[in-house]
Design a protein around this ligand. Structure first.
Ligand code: GLC
Length: 600
């Protein structure tokens, strides 16, 4: 009897869900029928804040679908309030359109709500990859989503699920690692974290899985370069992340600037439509990257036709009226293409249907603006604790001679040195406040490694500091923090991953002091570290940990045993790169998955 009741219950739940989904589909169709061609094209147009801020009337005039803040788009202030004031005001403008279709606001919250000052900046994906912890990654995503929604923004251009196969790529740190299995597991976890169990929850943000396809597989790691491989390899390495992300409920995907075997992804109908929407059954919408359609062959009109017919649903357009290829031109040319039957109305309707479906799923029509409770939680202690735990679990211990670590917190004197010791900018890396980040960045509520050491050791312990490694003599131990200055995208492409001459000099200075020392490396990828490894007593890869420097000292002083495992094979020399787990000849300095812990 019980079994029958159970079966009946299941059927009624499915019917109810079907009913809800049908009513949502019906609402999409009903709205689509009312829309003019101009309104449909408006929904397919995403405009950067800097391009619209001087003519916000265009939001209503053209019934724009989305506004984004690109890496360098800046409101009058970088504090949380400035962001929600703008999003609330722009949403009000959208409500004044004939059909009151709400705006989707998008931003690159790729390691916390990182454009905003006072938010919690988490480890970049490479550090999350080192945790091997999907539950933690989901929790991080949930926290970041709450901080994003607290500013009235409902869409993040994350997670990047690149499978970074060549560490010379400037975006290696945006990837979880070199292995498709790790990437698909953590990519799906972050989608679930961002979107929670229901996209309509006030604390959920729409995830945007990127960059489709094989952005991390380009030859020599060239950003926006060419991924040269047969289809079987493409599918084996770079598609699994999208399969899992779609299963996890991802409803937006960003196309990649890169090419596959010489064809730009933004014009690849086979991969954007036949594979992604057909074979994988993706029901959400595809958004372009930043003015990426401009890189296609032909005139702007031909580029628009090529990308929209290939399966692009929304175009990200950073150019203002008066600039070349601006959003007014985009809408005018797309309208002409439809009227000339060069873009079928069925393609327009498919794109708009997908966009509207997401807006209904997010319940934006009912509650388009932000939730004040979420605003109040931005930068909260609870949020910082989540990020601090992610930092702890992301650290990879590569060397620990004679149990040098953990250090006692009761030393008489400890010396802290190096460019990264007191630099929130180096701890955070790129995509922090500005697109490229900055070594001299200051952030509300952030803790540098030096500050964390000062807060951790006993009150009788003397902490001294020098940026250049001098002054260590007389201390019982030293911590030396070196690594990469911040960069993003193509500005991080590098053919030489050696430590900088400055860092190498600091290490030599520290070595000459005769004091035992641990090196903490702040980097967006493995680097060539042979000299530093040999000279030090212990070596920790900390990646780009973000604002919670105490997560680093939790491990250094033994509050937490290191658990991190390498998400990349660590090369001995540049000549070994690319080097990936599974290569036929494989002789890294440290293998994929390597990581020590404390014996006691
Ligand atoms: C950038 C990046 C992409 C980002 C977009 C918006 O060029 O390629 O990852 O989401 O533009 O900032």
């Amino acid at each position: 009897m019980k079994r029958i009741v159970f079966v009946l219950l299941c059927f009624s739940c499915i019917a109810a869900a079907q009913q809800k989904s049908e009513s949502r589909d019906e609402r999409v169709e009903a709205l689509l029928k009312k829309m003019s061609l101009e309104e449909k094209i408006g929904q397919m147009t995403q405009v950067d804040y800097d391009a619209i801020k001087k003519q916000t009337g265009d939001i209503a005039t053209y019934s724009l679908g989305s506004i984004l803040w690109g890496g360098n788009s800046e409101p009058p202030s970088m504090k949380p309030n400035a962001w929600w004031e703008i999003s609330d005001a722009y949403q009000d403008l959208a409500q004044k359109t004939r059909l009151s279709i709400p705006l989707l606001f998008g931003i690159d919250a790729v390691h916390g709500h990182n454009n905003v000052d006072g938010t919690v900046i988490t480890p970049h994906n490479i550090g999350l990859g080192a945790t091997r912890n999907p539950e933690l990654v989901e929790l991080v995503g949930r926290m970041v989503a709450a901080e994003v929604r607290g500013t009235g923004i409902q869409w993040t251009f994350a997670p990047c699920i690149a499978v970074a196969r060549d560490e010379r790529w400037g975006r290696t740190y945006e990837s979880f690692g070199e292995d498709p299995g790790l990437v698909k597991e953590l990519g799906a976890a972050l989608v679930k974290g961002f979107q929670s169990e229901r996209l309509s929850n006030p604390g959920s943000v729409l995830a945007c899985v990127k960059h489709y396809l094989a952005d991390g597989g380009t030859t020599n790691g060239k950003d926006q370069g060419n991924s040269e491989m047969d289809e079987a390899t493409l599918r084996r390495l770079h598609l699994p992340g999208y399969v899992e992300a779609i299963k996890a409920g991802a409803m937006s995907i960003m196309a990649s600037f890169s090419s596959w075997n010489g064809q730009k992804m933004h014009g690849n109908k086979y991969l954007l439509t036949d594979v992604l929407k057909g074979e994988l059954g993706f029901k959400g919408f595809v958004v372009s990257d930043w003015a990426a359609i401009d890189q296609l062959p032909g005139s702007y009109k031909e580029q628009i036709a090529l990308s929209i017919n290939a399966g692009l649903d929304m175009a990200m357009i950073p150019n203002a009226p008066g600039d070349k290829n601006n959003y007014l031109e985009f809408m005018q040319l797309l309208k002409e293409l439809v009227n000339e039957n060069r873009v079928p109305m069925s393609r327009i309707d498919d794109a708009v249907r997908r966009i509207l479906l997401v807006k209904f799923q997010m319940n934006l029509f009912a509650n388009p603006s932000r939730d004040n409770k979420l605003t109040a939680a931005i930068g909260s202690k609870e949020h910082r604790e989540i990020a601090r735990d992610a930092v702890r679990q992301s650290l990879v211990l590569l060397k620990n001679e004679k149990g040098f670590l953990p250090l006692s917190r009761n030393l008489k004197r400890i010396h802290v040195a190096g460019r990264g010791a007191d630099s929130i900018g180096m701890q955070c890396g790129g995509w922090t406040i500005s697109w490229q980040g900055s070594s001299t960045l200051k952030l509300d509520g952030a803790t540098t490694i030096l500050q964390a050491v000062q807060q951790t050791v006993s009150k009788d312990t003397k902490v001294t500091y020098s940026i250049d490694g001098t002054g260590a003599a007389g201390a019982e131990a030293a911590i030396l923090v070196v690594g990469e200055s911040p960069y993003a995208e193509m500005f991080g492409d590098s053919m030489d991953l050696s430590l900088s001459k400055e860092d190498q000099a600091i290490i030599e200075t520290m070595k000459s002091s005769g004091i035992p020392f641990a090196v903490i490396l702040l980097s967006g990828r493995p680097m060539i570290i042979n000299q530093a490894l040999k000279a030090s007593n212990a070596f920790v890869a900390a990646w780009l940990p973000g604002t919670e420097g105490e997560g680093v000292t939790d491990v250094i002083f033994g509050n937490f045993k290191p658990v991190g495992k390498l998400p990349h094979s660590w090369p001995r020399t540049m000549e070994q790169i690319p080097i990936n787990v599974g290569d036929p000849t494989y002789d890294p300095l440290f293998p994929y998955g390597y990581g020590l812990t404390y014996s006691k």
